[in-house]
Write a new protein. Structure first.
Length: 289
């Protein structure tokens, strides 16, 4: 989880550093290109073609369309809001996922999920402060990113029953590359100088974040992973304060605490229920990459 937290923070810093000089769509194109190159080299080295065989290519396509939209909104929000506020609003992803899974995958809305959703809504209201920031473009963009990530996460939950994690990761880079290219062409711009370094770091950080969270899910309980994941919030708040002189109010941490409580309630299991198996834990991997 330390590796995952560091990777997510590096993604955010890279997005902020590139936001002033490189449009988002070319940035996403080169990031996907770097990720695809790296994972292709790894696959060629281990010579395991079976790892990337897929059975449901259309669902991969849908997942990557909404995931690309989520990435676009996430990086756009990085230039509009303090980094900590973007991360805090991103933590609504499990709540949106619960709602979408109930509609699409016919999962039941239990009392625990209902409590989590209510606490999550209150957490968002505390952070964005109705009447003050509710209609700020940045807050709405960050929430749009969370909804898109929730749609992508629901697709991953479905794909994980038939596809290997490496295949999901490989086709994420492969399918998003032409999508990013189509949107990047009207505002095409070649990276310059240190921008290549940030793009390379971001491409590798996206892969390492996914790998680290997957390993964490397989090594311990989901509740532990989710709790540790919330440490990104104070860490990115510290980074924002030190590097970008961003001020973070108490309301942000109060709202994030409500969302954390909601997520933990949602993940809580009755004492009589057995812990999840590793394959079910894999399906719960956050899809923010």
């Amino acid at each position: 989880m330390s590796g995952a937290i560091a990777s997510f923070c590096l993604l955010a810093i890279g997005g902020r550093e590139l936001s002033a000089g490189l449009p988002i769509t070319p940035m996403l194109f080169f990031r996907s290109l770097i990720s695809l190159t790296f994972i292709s080299l790894v696959l060629c080295f281990i010579k395991e073609k079976s790892l990337i065989r897929v059975n449901r290519l259309p669902l991969h396509g849908f997942r990557n369309l909404v995931h690309f939209a989520g990435q676009y909104f996430w990086f756009l929000a990085m230039g509009l809001l303090p980094l900590a506020e973007v991360f805090a609003l991103e933590f609504t992803v499990p709540l949106w996922t619960a709602l979408i899974a109930a509609l699409v995958l016919k999962e039941k809305i239990t009392l625990r999920k209902s409590a989590a959703i209510v606490l999550g809504i209150f957490g968002v209201l505390v952070i964005v402060q109705p009447g003050v920031a509710m209609f700020e473009v940045g807050a709405l963009v960050a929430l749009a990113a969370a909804v898109c990530y929730a749609l992508a996460h629901t697709a991953v939950k479905s794909l994980s029953s038939t596809e290997k994690p490496v295949a999901i990761l490989f086709y994420m880079s492969l399918l998003q590359l032409p999508i990013a290219l189509c949107f990047a062409l009207p505002q095409w711009q070649w990276p310059q100088g240190i921008q290549w370094l940030w793009l390379t770091l971001m491409g590798l950080a996206a892969l390492s974040a996914h790998y680290c969270i997957t390993r964490a899910m397989l090594s311990t309980e989901v509740t532990t992973v989710v709790t540790l994941d919330f440490l990104r919030l104070p860490l990115i708040a510290l980074v924002g304060g030190l590097l970008y002189q961003e001020e973070v109010g108490l309301s942000l941490f109060a709202g994030a605490a409500l969302m954390l409580t909601g997520n933990l309630i949602n993940l809580a299991k009755p004492a009589a229920e057995k812990p999840r198996q590793a394959d079910k834990q894999q399906a719960a991997v956050p899809d923010r990459l």
